[in-house]
Design a protein around this ligand. Sequence first.
Ligand code: FE2
Length: 315
Amino acid sequence: MPIILTPITRRQFLRSSLASGSLAMMTSHALADVGSDHVGVDSNRLALLADTHISADGNRVYPGTKWPDSPVKESEHESVHIANCLIQTVKRVIALKPRPAHLIINGDCTFGRGSEAEYEQFLKLVEPLRIAGITVHVTIGNHDNRQNLWKLIPWLKEEHMGVQADVIELSHANLILLDSGNGVLGDEQLNWLVSQLDARPYKPALIFSHFNPYPNRGVRPIHGMRDGASLLKVLAERKHAKAYFYGHTHEWQHDQRDHLQLINQPAVSYYFGKGHAHGWVDMKLTAMSADLELNCINRNHPQHGDRRQVPLKKL
Ligand SMILES: [Fe+2]
């Protein structure tokens, strides 16, 4: 059943924005999308985003199909308005009934290297989610900068071991958020993951971090995290670890290794293959499964509404 939470009011939001100095950065567009009414928020519903890649330039348009050795001809690159993709996503997530209680951005919040100016733009675009009663979480990608993120948006900071890591305990599953922003998890974080999983053996676990755990099979060759094999071994040895969610490849893909589902989230903004889906995933948790539905920015995309299911039963 949906749980009714009390969202912060427009007045509280404006006060906090003034205190943080962020109000001046807010566009009238963002404020217009913010509702002040009490709205049902479902603690078992989550919006899953990755690779928002927000630029300091709010009008940045980028040919996402362009990289060294890209098979796309110079005259055929497809361009995407970066900020508009996140604006559209935020509007649609807030409009959901009931609203998801949580929204996770699985790395690469920013376009370049996580400058303060980039996080100021990012904050402007995600802040309406907070006033809508949605708790925002992020993992760190290779285009992020932890220190700037924590400095500019302290309410997103979840520090363990000097990196961004967190456990979100929900009624049907525990979510473990890891930091692979340097392209590696490292022994200390892997040991922490083991301790968190082993402390909660009787509830399904869903694990999130930015990097692919093995070389990408999609259109753009990307090696993935350096200790991906160690991560997969930890998850393979624990049957209650049901799925690993990652971004980085900017491609909607799905794989399975024994009990472990591997969910490759699409980018919110640009994509690496011509015509690929970009958008976000609506996830609904029950005692039986995590039900995923792809929401494309382009609702006419043939994969819009694509569904996947992660079984959660039989621990
Ligand atoms: Fe990315």
